[in-house]
Design a protein around this ligand. Structure first.
Ligand code: SER
Length: 608
């Protein structure tokens, strides 16, 4: 089945069931807390909350769309079989209140779990004719805050008759979605997976194809889940993955969504390795869609994402000696492939101008990098791994390009492993990383930010370090955003945290802070970081310690779930941290005092 038929069938199926077809919204969302559009539901946020009435806007409480989406989280993975930056997402949506929830009801009133599950199953098995034996599903298992999704489980088991051993129960990370941004609708999800053949279905070895989210909650800014009366449905199915299955090909780059751009890249770069060809195809397509929606290359936010894509393309082009005008060729191809569905791609001239302009700027930067390389040539000094990393960091010269630009005798001993090691050393934040680097006896353990005398102590210090982030978050929840870090000092025994606040903190408030921190510790939230420009970090609302000077590229540590946007803490920080909050142990505040005008100090300890 080609992708055009797939689009038609999807729209047709849901149109027959009372849904209004709604155009994809722009990749630039109208929600300032989100960088780019990552999901179909984003344009409908106000209908879930009841701020807008879908019946007024669409003549139905049911809509269906194919949404242009862009996710930056997987950018380093692009080049394998499945990861992409830009993709299209099929989705059907319902905005409460709910009517009969009967799949036979093809009217325009909202529906919920039953109709959504029936229809998804029917679409996959009847319309796409995928064998029932190749399907397994997952439902939300429940946790401390939100209960097990018994209703979806029962529908799959008793009505659809999926065998029990093919109904999996998933955690918060996999089976709970949203909100996008700081607050919004969210809820448990049920997912449909497809396996290559029946044998893998019981083993749960398949590709997630459809995510069906039941918006039962509204999560507010301070992280509280409120039950909502406006029950909503938000489903999302990645078009490219579906095309892989229906077209019987091996990966997304072999589907008809990529065939023409891949053919052109193959023709222009026959000798480049496969991974690079795929990166080029993904980045070219993604960049063109971004520019078509009005994103311009810059050093922040969406513009920075675009700049990264374009500079990677240009670097690979130089390394692989591609002299053809890849931009011009691709703009035409993408227009021919997708222009019919996304008319904004038809203004090829404007799009090409933006791309060409960035090329000129990149060449200037590269020019500065080349002059730097000239200095090595003059002195005849070899380029070491750390120097190559410096060239990368300062002039944006990727490793391959450095190898290419410098005379081979200066890079004879420079290998990718050394470069990568420098890269990792630079990132050097994961707990494992810290232990490896500072392991051994008799050393002072010093990660730059944290110090300890032994490895054991270092582990305790790291636990308290993550607790510091939770503490600052909780203080702001309880006392307000006036709270700002003024300093902190961590030993393996205790944490001392100084912050701005104008009065004594009551015992009740202390209890509240303590409870909030322990609650989040018990939820076992993941802790991880991302590197971004300082501006991007600030714009994202990440907390920074104003007394510290930060480099232009910073690490931002997150606590919470990225996939669902359920992040409770965001802070600029060098790490290291624990990987999951439950490693912290029990958190206790032992003292609160004043240490100067408008500055309070809290001392805390941990018990196992
Ligand atoms: N919002 C959910 C997702 O993006 C379902 O559409 O997966």
């Amino acid at each position: 089945m080609n992708s055009r038929e797939l689009r038609e069938k999807f729209f047709d199926f849901f149109k027959k069931r009372g849904h209004t077809i709604v155009k994809s919204s722009s990749l630039i969302p109208d929600d300032p807390s989100v960088l780019l559009t990552t999901a179909g539901m984003q344009q409908f946020k106000k209908y879930y909350t009841g701020e807008l009435d879908a019946m007024d806007s669409f003549g139905s409480q049911r809509t269906v769309s194919i949404q242009k989406s862009f996710r930056t989280s997987d950018i380093e993975e692009v080049g394998d079989e499945t990861h992409l930056t830009f993709f299209e997402m099929f989705g059907n949506f319902s905005f409460g209140p709910v009517g009969t929830d009967n799949p036979e009801d093809t009217g325009k009133i909202g529906y919920f779990k039953r109709a959504s599950i029936y229809w998804a199953y029917e679409f996959i098995t009847n319309i796409l004719e995928i064998s029932e034996n190749r399907i397994y599903v997952s439902v939300f298992a429940g946790d401390k805050e939100i209960s097990f999704d018994q209703e979806s489980y029962d529908i799959w088991k008793n009505e659809i008759k999926i065998p029990e051993n093919r109904i999996f129960k998933g955690s918060r990370q996999d089976n709970f979605w949203g909100p996008t941004g700081e607050e919004g609708p969210c809820g448990p999800s049920t997912e449909i997976y497809i396996t290559p053949s029946a044998a893998e279905a019981e083993a749960g070895k398949g590709v997630e194809i459809w995510n069906i989210v039941f918006n039962e909650f509204y999560k507010n800014k301070i992280g509280i889940y409120q039950k909502t009366e406006n029950l909503g449905v938000d489903t999302g199915m990645g078009m490219e993955r579906l095309a892989v299955i229906l077209q019987g090909v091996n990966n997304v780059f072999e589907t008809d969504l990529f065939v023409s751009i891949m053919a052109k890249i193959n023709e222009l770069t026959p000798s480049a390795d496969n991974r690079i060809k795929r990166i080029l195809a993904d980045h070219l397509r993604g960049a063109i869609f971004l520019v078509a929606d009005g994103v311009l290359p810059s050093n922040k936010e969406a513009g920075y994402v675009l700049r990264r894509l374009l500079r990677r393309i240009l670097a690979y082009q130089i390394v692989n000696d591609i002299h053809a005008d890849l931009f011009a060729e691709s703009v035409e191809i993408i227009k021919n492939n997708f222009g019919e569905f996304y008319p904004e791609l038809n203004k090829t001239k404007e799009i090409l101008n933006v791309l060409e302009e960035e090329k000129v700027k990149f060449e200037e930067t590269i020019g500065r990098g080349i002059r730097e390389i000239e200095k090595y040539k003059e002195s005849g000094k070899e380029i070491s791994g750390s120097e190559a990393f410096y060239l990368y960091e300062t002039f944006g010269l990727p490793f391959e390009l450095i190898k290419e630009l410098a005379p081979s005798k200066l890079t004879a001993n420079l290998n990718k492993a050394d470069f990568d090691r420098e890269f990792e050393k630079h990132q050097e934040i994961s707990r494992a990383g810290a232990e490896k680097k500072f392991g051994g006896h008799g050393l002072i353990f010093d990660t730059g930010e944290l110090k300890a005398a032994t490895e054991e102590e270092m582990k305790k210090v790291i636990r308290l370090h993550t607790a510091t982030h939770l503490l600052q978050w909780a203080l702001r929840q309880v006392l307000g955003n006036e709270v700002k870090q003024m300093g902190s000092d961590i030993t393996s025994e205790r944490l001392r945290f100084d912050f701005s606040f104008g009065r004594k903190i009551t015992p009740e408030e202390i209890k509240q802070v303590e409870n909030l921190v322990n609650e989040k510790i018990n939820l076992n939230l993941p802790v991880y970081f991302e590197e971004m420009s300082k501006e991007e970090a600030e714009k994202s609302g990440a907390l920074a310690f104003f007394r510290q000077k930060y480099p232009s590229v910073v690490k931002v540590y997150f606590i919470g779930f990225k996939a669902s946007g359920e992040i409770i803490s965001k802070e600029l920080c060098g790490g290291p941290h624990v990987e999951y909050t439950s490693e912290i142990g029990k958190f206790k505040i032992i003292k609160e005092e004043s240490v100067g005008m408008g500055i309070r100090r809290i001392k805390t300890i941990l018990s196992n």
